[in-house]
Design a protein around this ligand. Structure first.
Ligand SMILES: [Zn+2]
Length: 320
């Protein structure tokens, strides 16, 4: 597989108060991993600035203008209780949007087989009209709508294995049966949504897990619920909300996943993309707050995307 990695230095300048878990070091840890010669074949590109018209594919004008109305200069302003902006945050959020649409271009024009966007802020908690949970714009939902609007994709799927439910993506897709949202997440946990009974137009598939659940329950949730529904949906393109905070060492979640679980789920999703979507997969970074767990989980995720295997010598983060 030919895999594209999109990122941008401004994503390192989006920064909150000391101690905020969604911090620049997350991307540095991922970069350290992906700079290892093991990933020499990964093609790197600087993500372009996103377009306002593309933000509007998933958000109303009022939301875009609300986010643009913050002028924090060098200070930090709170958009909500845990969502901040500094002088670089609007640019970073627009770069995340630009990465998402560039990834769609790259994969749908067949320049690349798949793509991974290592950008921040994350996006899956951003609802159509509400920034929350560290998220300003919902980049993955923007990518989905962009794929439909610009390339005529009839059915677009987002699968989200972040430990938190992607309430924003669910909100944006809720009444849209041509968009699929499948999520595994810990419950109860922020943001509180993600129950089995939240099904939209029959296009939303939530698989809540309990604190302490690990590989077995995670894989069962995919085998029994998300993968069969995704297979039946027959997506034209598959997007992944790749949060790595379900890792056993993550400070924000209480699931017990190991690196090999992220490799496993990536490969299962690629099988379905192979069957229906001509292998077209785009992965967007969401959460993941233990730096070593984040970097090593991203390593196995990329190994799967690039080489189609869970076997190999992904470098140990401690040795980088
Ligand atoms: Zn998360």
């Amino acid at each position: 597989m030919l895999t594209l990695n999109l990122s941008h230095p401004v994503c390192l300048q989006h920064q909150g108060l000391e101690g905020h878990p969604e911090r620049p070091e997350r991307l540095l840890a991922i970069k350290q991993m992906l700079d290892h010669p093991y990933f020499a074949d990964l093609v790197r590109e600087e993500a372009p600035m996103g377009r306002r018209e593309d933000v509007l594919r998933a958000h109303p004008q009022e939301h875009l203008e609300f986010i643009e109305s913050f002028h924090p200069e060098d200070l930090i302003e709170q958009v909500d209780a845990d969502t901040y902006m500094n002088a670089y945050s609007l640019d970073a959020a627009m770069i995340a949007v630009g990465a998402a649409t560039r990834a769609v271009d790259a994969v749908l024009l067949r320049e690349f087989d798949n793509a991974f966007c290592s950008v921040r802020p994350p996006g899956h908690h951003a609802e159509a009209n509400r920034a929350m949970g560290f998220c300003l714009f919902n980049s993955v939902a923007i990518a989905a709508n962009y794929a439909r609007d610009v390339y005529g994709a009839d059915r677009v799927a987002v699968v989200d294995f972040d430990v938190h439910h992607g309430n924003g993506t669910q909100n944006i897709f809720w009444s849209d049966p041509d968009m699929f949202y499948g999520s595994s997440h810990q419950m109860p946990l922020f943001p509180g949504s993600g129950g089995l009974n939240e099904t939209g137009e029959g296009n939303i598939f939530n698989a809540p897990l309990r604190a302490g659940d690990g590989s077995e329950q995670f894989r069962e949730a995919y085998e029994a619920r998300i993968l069969p529904a995704l297979d039946a949906f027959e997506p034209d393109i598959l997007l992944i909300s790749a949060g790595f905070d379900a890792h056993q060492n993550d400070p924000l979640g209480s699931l017990e996943l190991k690196e090999e679980d992220f490799a496993w789920v990536t490969l299962k999703l690629m099988e379905i993309a192979d069957r229906h979507a001509d292998n077209r997969v785009i992965s967007m970074l969401e959460g993941g707050y233990d730096l070593a767990g984040l970097a090593s989980s991203t390593g196995v995720h990329l190994q799967a995307l690039m080489r189609g295997t869970g076997e190999g010598d992904v470098p140990n983060y401690q040795d980088l």
